[in-house]
Design a protein around this ligand. Structure first.
Ligand code: 13P
Length: 242
């Protein structure tokens, strides 16, 4: 299986920033058969990044989508609008969407189904808060998020997913999960999905901690926030994934 290095730019990067980033990244990046590089900019930069990524091996993803095909949903974007702009992936159920925008396991489930119907590969995020971890609830939380999030999906549908374990306490905090801590949850996720799909770790992944994380048996890459905004740092992580 290829190691996946996916950058989630969150609400960063204008079109101008995106062009600059891509020019810089293209100067230094070296592609490998063993790694897949995905960048997920804000909706507004998708067209620019698609143009800049043409002729490279860099794949494009979005950070969210609506599950309906179209309709009166002000401010929302559908799956076909994303594929039209060159997206092959879409992040679904990121903890920031769950926390600030009322995303639930039920909407995650609907979005996964709609994405698959449109040939978009979902990167489904799960993760526990620090409080939940301290209370010994990590296993229960992850199990529930996956059971409900993947409800009614066939084996063939599950085989098309990417799942990202992002402990909320590790996101943007510099408090990366220890490799064995992450692996413990990843092996649980592997058991639950019972499928050889890519499982990514996310949460303060940096050039200096990624190698050890990626060497764990059930960690097949990373979903990178802050460090994906800098072409040099992002490239260092890509290099460490080979
Ligand atoms: P950071 O790498 O900034 O901790 O963000 C992780 C994340 O949320 C990626 O989706």
């Amino acid at each position: 299986m290829k190691t996946i290095i996916a950058g989630n730019w969150k609400m960063h990067m204008t079109n101008k920033d995106t062009s600059f980033f891509m020019i810089e990244l293209k100067k230094i990046v070296q592609y490998s058969e063993n790694t897949e590089i995905i960048l997920c900019p804000p909706f507004t930069a998708l067209q620019t990044i698609s143009k800049e990524a043409k002729g490279t091996k860099i794949k494009i993803g979005a950070q969210n989508m609506h599950y309906e095909k179209e309709g009166a949903f002000t401010g929302e974007v559908s799956a076909s609008m994303l594929t039209e702009l060159g997206c092959e992936y879409v992040i679904i159920g990121h903890s920031e969407r769950r926390q600030y925008f009322n995303e639930t396991d039920e909407t995650v489930n609907k979005k996964i189904k709609a994405a698959l119907k449109n040939n978009l590969k979902p990167i489904v995020c799960v993760g526990e808060t620090l409080e939940q971890r301290k209370a010994g609830k990590t296993k229960t939380i992850i199990t529930t998020q996956l059971k409900k999030g993947l409800e009614d999906l066939s084996r063939s549908q599950i085989s098309k997913l990417i799942i990202a374990y992002e402990p909320i306490w590790a996101i943007g905090t510099g408090m990366t999960a220890r490799p064995e801590q992450a692996e413990e949850v990843h092996s649980l996720v592997r058991k639950l999905v019972d499928c050889d799909i890519p499982l990514l770790y996310g949460g303060s992944v940096k050039p200096d901690n990624c190698k050890e994380l990626f060497s764990q048996p059930n960690i097949n890459g990373g979903l990178i926030g802050g460090a994906s905004l800098d072409p040099k740092k992002f490239n260092e992580i890509i290099k460490n994934a080979r």
